[in-house]
Design a protein around this ligand. Structure first.
Ligand code: UDP
Ligand code: MG
Length: 316
């Protein structure tokens, strides 16, 4: 029998975990021919999440949990989960029931037909503000223009991945992760199925605009060198324009002489070029920072406890 693991990253999700577990249980009872397992990753929660996970593990041996040593963020929590999987496929799901487990039979069906990555595409996004929807749409358009890999629009981390994809993703050991880009980067046969994304069942979202902005920068800098290219391009254009202007000024002075004027144009040019320089330096700094971070070669995460056992020697 093939096995499927349900992977759930959890950060302060005590309000929804039991409800999530019950709802998934109902769904998988209706699916024959597969063995199901759970891997919950506790991403340094400060509430009672770990106690709930311990309880679930005690009543159901198919429930496993990985307790990280602190909060590492969802991207890292996901790779920590993938590192602890040994099944034929994995379904990544948010803890807050925004990703309906009822989609599982559909996903499995497409997986059986040979697709390696069955992703759930949002038809609607209830419970999200007009601004969040608009900014996310604009961002993905921009990202798509800047990168070579096709970025999936309105597709999140909710998906079924074949073991082949999981092993591929495990090869990505970069610490600043943009998992959504990696899903696209690895390729393999993808199938998008539509679903309606509900509002969060309970608890609070862990995202704010600052975190989203950071993730957005992550997406661009980890999958595209386009900003550097654009900076070089604009730098060239500016230099050429300055040379032309310089020649014009010299010729004009030679022919007509010069009574000192032009203070406003001088100041605007200096300010503009100064601003552009600082901006481009910032872009270079972004990439340099990434190089710095990656060369440190630190472990991606540390595990405190795994299925009730204290972890002394880290697995990865
Ligand atoms: N999450 C996590 N670590 C974090 C933040 C979030 O593991 O630092 C998990 C969270 O528990 C949830 C999923 O990532 O299962 C999505 O988070 P959330 O629902 O807050 O994000 P949203 O749906 O609002 O984008
Ligand atoms: Mg959510």
């Amino acid at each position: 029998m093939k096995t499927i693991t349900i992977l759930v990253p959890c950060y302060n999700e005590e309000a929804v975990l039991n409800q999530l577990y019950e709802r998934i249980q109902v769904v998988i009872k209706g699916i024959d021919n597969y063995d199901f397992k759970y891997v919950f990753v506790n991403d340094g929660s400060t509430d009672g999440t770990i106690d709930i996970l311990r309880k679930l593990h005690a009543i159901n041996p198919n429930v496993h949990y990985v307790d990280l040593s602190r909060n590492f963020g969802k991207e890292i929590a996901m790779i920590a989960g993938l590192d602890h999987i040994d099944s034929d496929a994995v379904v990544i799901m948010d803890a807050d029931l925004q990703d309906p487990p009822e989609l599982l039979p559909d996903m499995i069906e497409w997986w059986q037909r040979g697709y390696k990555d069955v992703c759930a595409k949002r038809r609607s996004r209830d419970g999200e503000s007009w601004f969040k929807k608009w900014s996310s749409r604009t961002y993905y358009r921009l990202l798509q223009r800047l990168t070579n890999v096709p970025i999936q629009i309105d597709v999140g981390d909710f998906r079924l991945l074949d073991r082949q994809c999981v092993e591929a993703l495990k090869l990505f050991r970069e610490s600043q992760r943009y998992t959504k880009g990696m899903f696209s980067w690895i390729g393999f046969d993808k199938k998008e199925i539509l679903f309606d994304r509900d509002a969060r069942a309970a608890g609070k979202t862990k995202w704010n605009y600052w975190k989203l902005f950071n993730l957005a920068i992550e997406g661009i800098t980890s999958f595209s060198m386009a900003p550097l290219r654009i900076a070089s391009f604009l730098g060239c254009v500016l230099s050429i324009a300055s040379i032309i202007y310089m020649i014009y000024v010299i010729i004009k002075t030679l022919i007509f002489g010069e009574e000192v004027r032009g203070y406003p144009s001088l100041v605007s040019i200096i300010l503009f070029i100064g601003g552009a320089q600082i901006f481009f330096l910032g872009i270079i700094g972004e990439y340099l920072g990434r190089i710095f971070n990656e060369t440190k070669n630190r472990p991606l995460y540390l595990v405190k406890e795994c299925d009730g056992e204290i972890v002394i020697k880290q697995k990865f």
